[in-house]
Design a protein. Structure first.
Length: 478
């Protein structure tokens, strides 16, 4: 009988590597300690650190209560930990948010997991820095600004109405989260990029998104491997679209309708401001950035409305007034959207309590002095929306759902569902339009109620309603 000894050498090498890593870790951490005043907190074991505790708290949707808050109580608002191999300083409070978010490119740069970079593309806006970032952001933000979107209101309204006619009409129960994802995807593709959605497209994109936070191992059967394969398909499709658009622009055959964002990206490519790969990578990134975030914000807004009937009555009145001022068949205008003040307060309060993105990582590009401590170059910094959203210092009685709190301005950098500084969400205005227009059409046309009012929220690592938030619907009798 022959023994397979092929595993001995790799195993021996792994043991030696681990031993060296521990010696190196002890040496560097004692060296660091002697030179630098690091924030308090536990770095834990090499590589793993407190990753398991972090993931467990995140999975329970209790990252703040189970991971951040106990460490703040022990160490103060700035503390160190080690997550997924990186020494990380977690910072909390409006002042810290302002310091780190506004010093993007000077002291820190955004830092995404390897899998996200590989699947979104290394040339998307999230990976660009400094002047290159300003250039691509200018192109994207012009189409997504309030004035850039004004002309898109009728088209978004038509898309929402067709979506309701196709997916809501005649149904008793629908999955609000699932269908909202379909709608968000359609708005992004058809209204912003001018791409007609084909039945297989959403599935292809979602396969890519499923791997965005997975471990970057490309073994057959892993989420990352499936996502990589889907990314190849998506890329092929987008390349064809970009090349076709290039020809249309060259031969001045661009027709009206949606697609201003793609038009601007391809125009920038023709003028030599962007490469073809940059255009494709940014298209994938934009779909990713809009998808789960907007859908979660919408579902949580409906959930909070169902739990707070008084708020719902006030919101409904706002929409009935807008509807009463329109002639039959007339679509919503930008002026109508501006009147949806209370609805936006409800959506903002829902995002305060349920931020679609819990926070994000930065990497120190120099040694940083903050709060009396040194954050060494190369360390990660994690800011979280929870660090202010759930603090009574910024929001009185923070666990109470109170949309009217937004009648008065909030302290800068205390309310951060859309981030802040140079990397503040570029799609904020589109998300707002998407949320307000859908709410208007639903509440003026449908009676609805939650099937499971206490449906748990799952996190992986973005939050979502664990059962897709089924709602019971029936057409309104007018
Ligand atoms: C409710 C919906 C949304 C939420 C809560 C949200 C949240 C965020 C947050 C927190 C960031 C900053 C991340 C960081 O600092 O690391 C961000 C960035 C970004 N978002 Fe959104 N987002 C939403 C919708 C959208 C939509 C609809 C689009 C596009 C159409 C979009 C495009 C972007 C882009 C391009 C960035 C990167 C900006 C840059 O690096 O300069 N987002 N978003």
């Amino acid at each position: 009988m022959a023994f397979d000894l092929s595993f001995v050498l790799p195993l021996f090498s792994a043991v030696v590597a681990l031993a060296l890593a521990i010696v190196f870790y002890n040496f560097t951490s004692s060296n660091n300690k002697s030179k630098k005043n690091l924030p308090p907190g536990e770095l834990g074991l090499p590589w793993i650190g407190e990753t398991l505790e972090f993931h467990k708290a995140q999975k329970n949707n209790r990252l703040y209560e189970e991971f951040v808050q106990p460490r703040i109580q022990k160490n103060g608002k700035t503390f160190k930990t080690r997550l997924m191999g990186s020494p990380t300083v977690v910072v909390n409070g409006a002042e810290a948010n302002k310091f780190f978010l506004s010093n993007e490119f000077k002291l820190v740069v955004s830092s995404w997991p390897t899998s996200s970079v590989q699947l979104m593309g290394s040339d998307s806006i999230m990976e660009t820095q400094g002047d290159a970032h300003r250039c691509v952001r200018g192109i994207i933000a012009t189409s997504l600004s309030c004035s850039g979107l004004e002309a898109m209101v009728p088209m978004i309204c038509n898309t929402v109405q067709s979506h309701l006619d196709e997916n809501w009409r005649g149904k008793d129960v629908i999955s609000l989260y699932r269908l909202t994802k379909t709608l968000t995807f359609t708005i992004m593709l058809e209204c912003m990029l001018g791409i007609e959605v084909q039945p297989e497209m959403l599935g292809m994109f979602e396969k890519v998104l499923e791997g965005v936070f997975s471990l970057p191992f490309r073994f057959p059967g892993t989420a990352f491997s499936r996502a990589k394969n889907a990314r190849i398909e998506v890329e092929k499709m987008l390349l064809n679209i970009v090349r076709k658009k290039r020809e249309e622009i060259a031969f001045q055959q661009v027709v009206g309708g949606g697609g201003m964002l793609l038009f601007r990206l391809v125009k920038a490519m023709i003028q030599g401001e962007m490469s073809e790969k940059e255009v494709v990578d940014n298209m994938v990134l934009l779909v990713f950035a809009a998808h789960d975030t907007t859908s979660f914000a919408i579902t949580m807004t409906f959930r909070m409305l169902a739990h707070h009937p008084n708020c719902y009555s006030q919101l409904l009145q706002e929409h009935l007034d807008i509807k009463d001022n329109r002639r039959p068949g007339e679509t919503l205008t930008h002026e109508d959207i501006k009147k949806m003040n209370y609805t936006w307060q409800v959506a903002r309060e829902s995002m305060r309590m349920f931020p679609p993105i819990f926070g994000s990582f930065r990497k120190a590009i120099v040694d940083i002095e903050y709060d009396g401590f040194t954050i060494p170059k190369g360390w990660k910094v994690l800011w979280t929306a929870y660090g202010t959203h759930y603090e009574s210092e910024y929001f009185e009685d923070p666990l109470r759902f109170n949309p009217s709190r937004f009648e008065i301005p909030v302290q800068p950098y205390a309310y951060l569902p859309f981030g802040g500084g140079p990397r503040q969400c570029a799609g904020y205005q589109l998300a707002k339009l998407n949320i307000l227009i859908l709410i208007h059409f639903v509440v003026t046309q449908y009676e609805w109620s939650l099937v499971n009012p206490q449906e748990p929220i799952a996190v992986d690592p973005l939050p979502f309603p664990s059962q897709g938030m089924p709602i019971r619907i029936s057409p309104k009798l007018s």
